[in-house]
Design a binder for this molecule. Sequence first.
Ligand SMILES: Cc1cc2nc3c(=O)[nH]c(=O)nc-3n(C[C@H](O)[C@H](O)[C@H](O)COP(=O)(O)OP(=O)(O)OC[C@H]3O[C@@H](n4cnc5c(N)ncnc54)[C@H](O)[C@@H]3O)c2cc1C
Length: 369
Amino acid sequence: MAERQWLVLLGGGHAQLAVLQALARQRPAHVEAVLVTPAPRLVYSGMLPGWLAGHYTEAQCVIALAPLAAAAGVTLRQAAAIGLDAAARTVQLDDGGVLGYDVLSVNTGPVQDPSAWGTAGVPTLRPIEDWLARTTRRLAVAPPRQVVVVGGGAAGFELALAWRHRLGVAAEVAIVTGGTGLLANYPAAVRRLGVRALAERGVRCIEGAAREIASDAVVTVDGRIWAADEIVLATGTVAPRWLQGSGLALAPDGGLVTLPTLQSVSHPEVFAAGDVASRLDQPLPKSGVHAVRAGAVLAANVLGRLAGRAPVPWAAPGRTLNLLSLGERSAIAAWGPLAVQGRWVWRWKDRIDRGFMARHGTGSGPAAT
Ligand SMILES: Cc1cc2nc3c(=O)[nH]c(=O)nc-3n(C[C@H](O)[C@H](O)[C@H](O)COP(=O)(O)OP(=O)(O)OC[C@H]3O[C@@H](n4cnc5c(N)ncnc54)[C@H](O)[C@@H]3O)c2cc1C
């Protein structure tokens, strides 16, 4: 009989869902598995702008992890990792516990670092659970009249337009793009459509970087002050700090460096996927699409390791479809250098997102009206 082995699934992110599903299909009898997650659910960020815009209920945007863990015979531990010792093969948790592992699968996503702005209490988008709760309260009590979104990437762009749709024209909505401009990681055709979409919907596009963020204003590098009663910090994310000092090989960006097999380059019993992982051989943009796509190989290799099978490589797609919602039920599709926009693109995105949720047991009832 095979010796008992401990599998720890750290974070219930997009890729880990595939590991849970694979365990539900074929759970090796000699494996004891634990899923560590601060919340018993995963918020699907792709539908978050649609939730803010009012197209989806909260329930439609979250995946319940408890039923997936139960079906997989995995114990759910509601806690967060605060430290890792790769030599001792242990994970320290914020509830005081320490978990040992034979195989570890990390999919905790990234964090944001508001201290970069020198201001405590700047509300961040991550943890997404906290942002969702805070925004829900805000909408119920006193919807904002002056929103400033800081960060001109896809998330900031979609959220600025979602706020505009939600609040109507009586509110002011602005986006501070950062030094590299709006949708800087996208080709020119997408950027053009993006600038036009903001202008047509009355969202002020402030080209330039923010220098200071207070609770009621954003100051840009040119000294201008933008008053706000709601600030969305949609600037970039960073790797979680608890990886520092773990002994795992880390990239310059702090991410856990993996091989194409999604194994740590320094510790082959550790696997990682999603935004917490970094590839040096093939740097990938941090994106939910890549996290989802890596899931099948993560599952195959984690289970393979427990069964003594050789890992298989993951080839990230060279090009991915990006769909940017525009507040109302319209969206931009970006594929390589090509970009198109329309209501049919939103319906396409809606079908893809609901299909993903349905595969993980979240009902795909009608959109909110
Ligand atoms: C508003 C918005 C819209 C977006 N839209 C898109 C889009 O349309 N397409 C796209 O590709 N990308 C999109 N993104 C980016 C996308 O959210 C991330 O790239 C994606 O979430 C990364 O997936 P992940 O599985 O690595 O991490 P996550 O989705 O963040 O999942 C990580 C999980 O780990 C848990 N966790 C966190 N810390 C710990 C810890 N210490 N211990 C244990 N568990 C922990 C978290 O609670 C979470 O459940 C969007 C982001 C935002 C903010």
